[in-house]
Design a protein around this ligand. Sequence first.
Ligand code: F6R
Length: 358
Amino acid sequence: MVVQQFDLNNLEGLCRLDSTGMIDALAGLPAQCLLAVRDICSSVELPSIEAISNIVVTGLGGSAIGGDLLRVYTADKIQVPITVNRDYSLPGFVGPDTLVFAVSYSGNTEETLSAYKEARARGASVIAITTGGELAGMVEKDGVPLVRIPTGCAPRAATGYLFIPTLVILQRLGMLPDMTDETTAMAGFIKELQKKIGPESPREENVSKQLAHKLYKKLPVIWGVTGTTEVVAQRWKGQINENAKAPAYWNVFPELNHNEIVGFEYPLEVLNKIHLVILRDKQDHPRIQKRIEVTKDIIKDTIDGVTEVWSSGEGDLARLFSLVYTGDYASLYLAALYGIDPGPVKAIDFLKWELAAE
Ligand code: F6R
């Protein structure tokens, strides 16, 4: 029996598959960013935090990626290092001169709760970002500043709420320049982009829909560049996993030039299933651009194909988010091509439930 492939121009069908409203939540990303930059943190009372020599964002999955966006986007703007911690424990350097953002959309992720407690015990300054859960209960009891973000979507669909508050708080603490204008411009830009890559835009003109078709029944491998698109490559991988329930892998230039490129000879049965996506940004170092060109030549013969996706927009933040948004939509469309509901993440829920039962 020949199974008819899902038609991505079928809006009604897309919505029918999407039981938890992932498509609507994604359309709301520009509004999320605006709300986060204007309102969400305004009533949060920040203690006087002085002599901070490092910052740690601790969280997992959809709550951690905002930390990576912060780290990459502010790398040339902030005077102290930012580390993203995805674990129960914190790195040894964390102490009274550390600012820790404890980020958990649900507020119930056990690794984040454990890291939060450790941060407090080590005398770090802590700020929590959550919708509620145990984390909100603990921080209220401890008198720790709390950025309470709106509930109602999956953590991975709440990137605006989870990332932008870290920027705003660092601005308010005087550790970053005011980036309200750039953030507002980014939100405006991705709102326009949404018209081109959102579900209403037909496949013939829609880069995200075209990408989903290229990745369908293939093994997606996403390559970014250290310091710029690395966070996007990681994001695409996670979104393909969680939304499309499919495997995906990521790596970065230039490191992959020193190992991964050698591995494109065997086994051919696996290699010819790989569809490689290279994330491109005009700010990438000229030597990196050269590396990308040579690398494409080295690996092109054994794999299914290579698609390059360029960032668009003005300013670092808009370019970063243009790629994040393109991948987020592609992952939802890929889910539709597989005929599945992008929302539920049964494997994650099961694991959390099993662990909670102990
Ligand atoms: C689910 C998702 C996951 C969660 C992760 C941590 O949509 O994105 O990656 O983000 O399991 O849970 P929270 O974000 O509630 O701390």
